[in-house]
Design a protein around this ligand. Sequence first.
Ligand code: FAD
Length: 418
Amino acid sequence: MKELYFDSVVIGGGAAGMASALELDKAGLSTAILEREECLGGILGQCIHNGFGLIEFNEELSGPEFAEKVEERLAATGVRAFTGLTVMELQLASELKTLYCYSGQHGVLRINAKLVVLAMGCRERNRGNIRIPGDRPAGVYTAGLAQRLVNIEGYIPGKDVVIIGSGDIGLIMARRMSWVGCKVHAVVEILPYPSGLTRNIVQCLNDFDIPLYLSHLTTRIIGRKRVEGVEITPIESGAIMTEKAFVIPCDTVLLSVGLVPENELSKMAGVEINPMTNGPFADSMLMTNIPGVFACGNVLHVHDLVDYVVEEARRAGIYAASWLKGNSPKAEARVKTGANVRYTAPSRVDPDKNNKLYLRSLIVKNDAQLEVRINNRLVKSIKKTHIQPSEMLTVDLGPKELESVKDSPDPVVEIAIS
Ligand SMILES: Cc1cc2nc3c(=O)[nH]c(=O)nc-3n(C[C@H](O)[C@H](O)[C@H](O)COP(=O)(O)OP(=O)(O)OC[C@H]3O[C@@H](n4cnc5c(N)ncnc54)[C@H](O)[C@@H]3O)c2cc1C
């Protein structure tokens, strides 16, 4: 079996993998990116709409344009990118990490590294995950698969479409399917508020007169061979109003019901998973419970904007290189999710540096207050004109705010929304 050695290996060549590899290379480490698809870029390759890169490149790019710009930076470095190569197994327990990989070109490879960055992205939840009753006809796709079929393979999966779930991919596909000549009859959402970004509701539904049914449950998919319709039922004050159920005829159903970090490899290797994100727990250096194994991008927690992915991944690369040089935090504090906060990533902060925390709210609220307390003492308060679960929030916590962490034997930083 062919065997290779690198200082650092990044699994996944999407935005996160490429951004972290750039930093590892900058720090002088021999670095490899391992990517199972035939080209780098990850999910960006199929997102041909614009809206990417406003922060990173200060211009509005499509997904492939964004990926190309990052790839250009990568091409000017010594990073070795393996494409068409799938990491099958990780052995992380020893000092030298071992990855068993397969590629059509190289066969089975054993790749060894002093540190590993997990950047495998996420995947879509499907019909099995949400258990919609009814028949099992053809014509039911996840929105991301439909996006790939239309934008990359050149197929239109149907003519009359209903989208279940109002996540961003579904919203973007509502517009895309309209542009390619389909009739999008409805987007159906079980929650009383949309799951996607407000800008996507406006640009992808309102601009195309596509109705959004909030607080509606999909109670049946109808059709023997091919989808013939979906039955949807309103929810009023928590009760499913069976007598008000109605059917929307369609031949295609797209599911946009959430994303889950790709965590099989991580779990197999003993990486501890946060049940709130389904990605690894990470400390203030974005390191998992296994020394020398870092995580960033959608494999850590599902992000809404690629700019945040790149920013976090860059920090993962910098921290990983610094860890290899023997640096680690002197005193860390645990971050606790308080009222109305679903999760924070990472879940530890270092009082000696500037920490950036990403978090998601559990509620929709105007004029909200985000508060940070250390051992119950308020250290930061941020006003937010509007918050909702679909829009990721960030909090910066620096040495000044975290000063009191050093005075406590078991400091707890609590973040809450009211
Ligand atoms: C439909 C859609 C629309 C979006 N629209 C916008 C937008 O308008 N603006 C914006 O800023 N952001 C948008 N985003 C968000 C942003 O694009 C993503 O969050 C970001 O690109 C994710 O990067 P990533 O590197 O974490 O994951 P990915 O891009 O998913 O990359 C992960 C890579 O890891 C590889 N991989 C996984 N497992 C293995 C393995 N075992 N071995 C080898 N390789 C492996 C995968 O093949 C993949 O290439 C959108 C996302 C989606 C899905």
